[in-house]
Design a binder for this molecule. Structure first.
Ligand code: ADP
Ligand code: MG
Length: 289
């Protein structure tokens, strides 16, 4: 009954004794590009506590996705320490297994994340088939049906192919799949940037509702500060791999200390679309949720 043991394995708090989902300590990362080094992260310190929603913002190339990849253990840090859900002391193999189970991720392009030849139901069932071999086929079907309903899609969408879905619907399906294993951490890398304004709002509202129902720690990567304001607790601002601002979202957005962050704030809030709503709201009203 190894699965049972996994299910009862320590949560975010008791494994290491502190309620921390993600911790980056003094983390640096360089990439080799041709014959020169590109510095992607420079001595970054960052913590996401259990259930906390952190927005990671910064212009393109500032190192945001690199942090996402480090947390997913897709790449290794050159210096410093990355700890995720108390798995850092485990063997590499066991850590990958746990991370695959306990960390969900949603990327910018929903159609890149869904196999066009697989029905939505099969895509959602896949993580269960791999990681929950204790579940029977009817149990998997039941969970997939619940999962699709939980993101506001009709249950009969399980028999559709990705090509039969709109961008917003496809991203909902991706979110449903990311949640199938009830993760403790969700990495969202620009999850609404490719969507039209209406789908964007709907998906953000969905994420808020899901968070209200079950507190999952978020690493929410976005360049849109209106989104950060609407749905995150903490904001970290990256510039050329340096963490230049870090604190409660409200404070960072209301009183940016650096010119760089101020420019990002101004650019986001003056870019039309929901600018007027954004300027007046202090929470989810900002994106018209
Ligand atoms: P962001 O997500 O904020 O746009 P990234 O983390 O993707 O930024 O990239 C940070 C920096 O690292 C950029 O200068 C980018 O060009 C570089 N970079 C990212 N991935 C690679 C890679 N695989 N090889 C070389 N350089 C990379
Ligand atoms: Mg990126």
């Amino acid at each position: 009954m190894t699965m049972m043991k996994m299910d009862l394995s320590p949560g975010i708090t008791d494994h290491v004794g502190t309620p921390v989902a993600v911790s980056l300590q003094n983390v640096s990362k360089r990439y080799r590009k041709g014959n020169r080094d590109v510095r992607a992260l420079n001595r970054v310190d960052l913590t996401i506590r259990a259930g906390e929603r952190l927005a990671l913002i910064g212009e393109s190339g500032s190192g945001k996705s690199t942090i996402g990849k480090l947390v997913l253990a897709q790449i290794q840090a050159d210096e410093g320490h990355v700890a995720v859900l108390g798995t850092d002391a485990l063997s590499k193999r066991e850590r990958s297994r746990q991370l695959a189970r306990r960390v969900g991720f949603v990327f910018q392009q929903p159609f890149d994340s869904l196999d066009p030849r697989m029905r939505i139901g099969s895509s959602l069932a896949e993580p269960l088939r791999i990681h929950r071999r204790d579940l029977s086929k009817p149990e998997i079907i039941e969970r997939v049906s619940e999962g699709i309903a939980a993101v506001g899609l009709p249950r009969d969408f399980v028999s559709r192919y990705p090509g039969q879905l709109s961008g917003g619907q496809a991203q909902r399906a991706c979110i449903a799949r990311a949640l199938m294993l009830q993760p403790d951490l969700l990495i969202l890398d620009e999850p609404t940037s490719a969507l039209d304004a209406t789908s964007q709002r709907e998906v953000l509202r969905l994420l808020c509702d899901l968070h209200a129902a079950r507190e999952i720690a978020w690493l929410f990567i976005t360049h849109d500060l209106r989104v950060a304001e609407a749905i995150t607790d903490t904001t970290a601002v990256l510039r050329h791999g340096d963490l230049v601002e870090y604190g409660p979202t409200v404070e960072v957005l209301r009183n940016p200390r650096t010119d760089y962050a101020r420019r990002l704030v101004d650019a986001s809030f003056s870019s039309g679309l929901h600018g007027a709503e954004a300027a007046t709201g202090s929470s989810s009203a900002a994106v018209g949720l």
